[in-house]
Design a binder for this molecule. Sequence first.
Ligand code: GLC
Ligand code: CA
Length: 588
Amino acid sequence: MSKPSSQIHRAWWKESSVYQIWPASFKDSNDDGIGDIPGIISKLDHIKNLGIDIVWLCPSYKSPQVDMGYDIADYYNIADEYGTVADVEKLIKGCHERGMKLLMDLVVNHTSDQHEWFKQSRSSKDNEYRNWYVWKPAKYDENGNRQPPNNWVSHFQGSVWEWDEHTGEYYLHLYATEQPDLNWEHPPVRKAVHDIMRFWLDKGASGFRMDVINFISKDQRFPDAPIKDPRTPWQWGDKYYANGPRLHEYLQDLGKILKEYDTFSVGEMPFVKDTQEVLRAVQYDRNEINMIFNFEHVDIDHGTYDKFEPGSWKLTDLKAFFETWQKFMYENDGWNALYWENHDQPRSVDRYTNAKEEDRVIASKMLATILALKAGSPFVYQGQEIGMANVPKEWDIEEYKDIDCLNHWIRLQKYRPTDTEAHKSAREEYQKKSRDNGRTPVQWSSAPNGGFTGPNVKPWMSVNPNYAQGINAETQVNDPKSTYNYWASVLRLRKQYLDIFVYGNYEMVDRDSQEVFAYTRQYEDQKALVVANWTDHELEWEPAAKGVKGIKEVIMDTYESVDDAKQRFSQDKWSLRPYEAAVFLIEP
Ligand code: GLC
Ligand code: CA
């Protein structure tokens, strides 16, 4: 059912679409092989012309870059390789001049071990910063051997506890050893976070993407996690730190500041599947955060114990995740963030379709259609708008740079040195799922290095050689049939029929099909149908047989203009081409 418009809360942030920038690989302005903020400023028109309202800048603060900036050493300064605070101010101005806003990345579950707070904290047990992090004494087993306080596994392999010889205690790090977790129980930590937020909001930022924000409150008993993977002592402790006991208390505090500045906010929330729990964070009147990134659809191809083990999925799984969140948020006055890609995920055409080389462009348009016309704020990750691909299969492990992937590889070789089968399988999975896939430099043109950096420069990470085959911005901006121009037209369509596509309901059509992804959106008496053929072959599809009646008009098609498509869609049975998507106005 669709709601009366009087029950719908309108908001600018619901109507906005976001473009995510991962600075190291966006655009290098000074030929040192690393992307930078002046490079971003030089490409703002590329983003604006896509129809984007908000630019989200991934962490660009001072950092030893152990985890590419998600290890922050100083929240008030910018990494030298990226520029200066003055450059960020220019970036904000450049966004505003084009009617766009800028989001900063707020990474406050942990800092770098090079942050001054941590240096103080580890210097002695009675230092005033000791309590800013989570320190625990050792446990001892029956043989008197020192053991970490519990069995939690780190997101980047091994125990979450690191022994600190100097003061004789362990500290907690859910991520890398160099990323100690802040102790949010300690009020000065919370105050420090509030100050950081105000600093960037006062500079003109319009809000934040909030890194693993649902991990900030931990069960203070730090209990052992249940054993799920019998092959290792280290187990997932998420049940004790994801959406922990005091999360909403902390989010209420952050929410007050976010509201005061009328911001856009999106929280990253791994692990959580409970819709009611997410609602406590995003429901309109709760005033915590606007929306979250959930993970069900991106964890879809993970193995049972491990992301880098093979996993398989069906189209009905994907449709079911979306249906749950779409309907639930509509019915309960919450909101969704919509994404296929980001800097932690592989490229969507490779992950979600089996498109052959010749179908890549059409498949990328299908993914754009299905994503952007759902209820929520769409996020486009750099390079997604030109259909960038995963790293080439023939790339050697030396080309991979990401700590998540490399720690996995190092551990595999250490603990299973002769298991060549496991090595081979892991290598195949890295090529499919490593975060490196989303981190190769953006391909700007057909010039050497894809125009990311100078022709004779060795970029910090190699450019995917397919920039020479049309996967580059310059070629695509000038080609009306490109992925780039299609994305622009979908985002335009979303705004043109704003009531339907932003504020309408969501109903699945042909739910059990493993070949078709279809849904309707309705706002009062205006209604649209979105249909996609998720296969690489032609497919017959009869809307009436699936309960869809009263097709009025085709308003978008991925293969041809709506005028050309008209004839084909005036029949009772439609023949949908490989990976075709089409959008219609229909009778309510
Ligand atoms: C988030 C980031 C990821 C980072 C991790 C630790 O998941 O998106 O890139 O490694 O948090 O900060
Ligand atoms: Ca540079």
